[in-house]
Design a protein around this ligand. Structure first.
Ligand code: DGY
Length: 431
């Protein structure tokens, strides 16, 4: 596939999965609107239609909860092909939604959409109200997921991380009691081979957490302290801080100096708090189990994502870049989601090894900010090689480039459009 074919294929997929005002990640496996999928998709959509890109994120934010939370799924239409559907979540929202959230990439996406617009025809008022809504979401994070004011927020469900079955959650998830959960039937493994998806052990605990929060009527003033699963993920916090800084810059441009100041102050405090998650033995960041107070001895890609917020020359940039380069040497088709030398690494199983273009994109963003442009080029090239070999799939075997998970995948297609618009992509492909 040459670059022109790749671009055409990516555009075809965006159109195929477009429901008019939102996009499904892929038909069948994920038939609704997902939070971070939609936001990252808007980046690719912008190249086809700026108006459509703004609509994508507006649709998501129209379903923000009154307390500020932005749910991870909006169930716009009925579809029996997905579990757990709205009847299981029972969140009582006018349009049904799930009751947990997902990585807040919205802030960084809004900044990109705004900057890419022609300065003479900018969608200022659309952007202004989205910035306010996104800031309310961030306030919710610090209020409801960091009630002790430590500066870093906890995940209460592995699905909130977006990296559902990462090895990072293994110990904390094993502590989640499953007695008395309702019988259920998974649908994901009717769409995708079970060897590429989370295990039954993990699904039982996903359902147990859902039922625990449902019993608390999704009251976010109670969920954090009651949750048997509370994990502080450096990757998730880095995304939150990166978006917080983007929102602060946007607020400044849009004339809301008070908001800009408040967000940048909070981001500075959070960067300090995130730095306490440095794991000297692993030479990268790693999670903290907030329930037990124990550090999690797991080297996943989440621990490299703080590149998003480290300034050039920060003492940990060289270690993180070195690790990333080493993983690429061992597995050239994108950045592994788990250290390839870890005994739990599984190149086919969802977030326990495979590479994902959206994570590659976040790492490229971080590497460029930290001045690691050569390594960023390598990740662009590795990502496009997955597409050349296997088309726009959900994820890829990082050693072979084999397509895994759902096919004709929206956010992968959006990332292809992103990568092909980067100045270095053409030269790299023909190199
Ligand atoms: C799923 O159903 O696999 C999703 O990742 C949960 O959001």
């Amino acid at each position: 596939m040459n670059t022109e074919d790749m671009l055409q294929e990516a555009e075809r997929i965006l159109r195929l999965n477009d429901k008019g005002h939102y996009t499904v990640p892929t038909h069948g496996l994920y038939p609704f609107q997902w939070n971070w999928d939609s936001c990252l998709t808007a980046l690719g959509q912008f190249r086809l239609s700026p108006d459509r890109a703004w609509t994508e994120v507006e649709t998501l934010m129209a379903h923000q909860w009154p307390d500020g939370m932005v749910p991870h799924i909006v169930f716009h239409e009925r579809d029996e092909g997905y579990f757990p559907g709205p009847d299981v979540w029972q969140t009582g929202r006018p349009t049904p939604t799930s009751g947990i959230t997902q990585p807040p990439v919205l802030g960084m996406v809004l900044e990109q959409l705004f900057l890419r617009e022609n300065p003479d025809h900018r969608s200022e008022s659309r952007c202004r109200s989205l910035v306010q809504a996104a800031a309310r979401w961030h306030d919710w994070f610090y209020r409801c997921r960091d009630p002790q004011g430590t500066g870093v927020v906890a995940l209460l469900h592995p699905w909130e991380s977006g990296r559902d079955n990462s090895c990072d959650w293994d110990d904390a998830l094993a502590q989640v009691p499953t007695e008395g959960i309702s019988p259920y039937q998974r649908k994901d493994i009717t769409h995708v081979d079970a060897s590429q998806r989370p295990t039954a052990f993990e699904y039982d605990r996903y359902v147990a957490l859902l039922e625990c929060f449902r019993a608390l009527k999704w009251d976010n003033t109670r969920l954090h302290d009651a949750s048997p699963f509370q994990v502080v993920d450096p990757g998730f916090n880095a995304i939150l801080i990166h978006s917080e800084l983007a929102l602060s810059r946007l607020a400044e441009r849009l004339g809301d100096k008070a908001l800009a100041h408040r967000l940048s102050e909070r981001a500075a405090r959070s960067i300090e708090a995130m730095d306490t998650l440095w794991h000297a033995d692993l030479k990268q960041y790693a999670c903290l189990n907030r329930r037990t107070g124990q550090r999690v001895n797991s080297a996943s890609v989440g621990g490299l994502l703080p590149l998003l917020v480290l300034p050039q020359g920060h003492e940990h940039v060289a270690d993180l870049s070195g690790r990333l380069a080493d993983w690429l040497d061992k597995a050239p088709f994108g950045v592994c989601s788990m250290d390839p030398l870890d005994k739990r690494f599984d190149g086919k199983r969802y977030w326990r090894g495979p590479s994902w273009l959206i994570v590659n994109f976040l790492l490229i963003t971080g590497l460029r900010q930290c001045g690691q442009t050569e390594l960023a080029h390598r990740v662009v090239q590795a990502s496009l090689q997955c597409i050349q070999k296997s088309g726009c799939s959900e994820y890829y075997h990082p050693m072979t480039g084999e397509a895994l998970g759902g096919g004709t995948f929206t956010w992968t297609a959006a990332m292809v459009i992103e990568f092909l618009s980067m100045d270095d992509s053409q030269a790299l492909l023909s190199a």
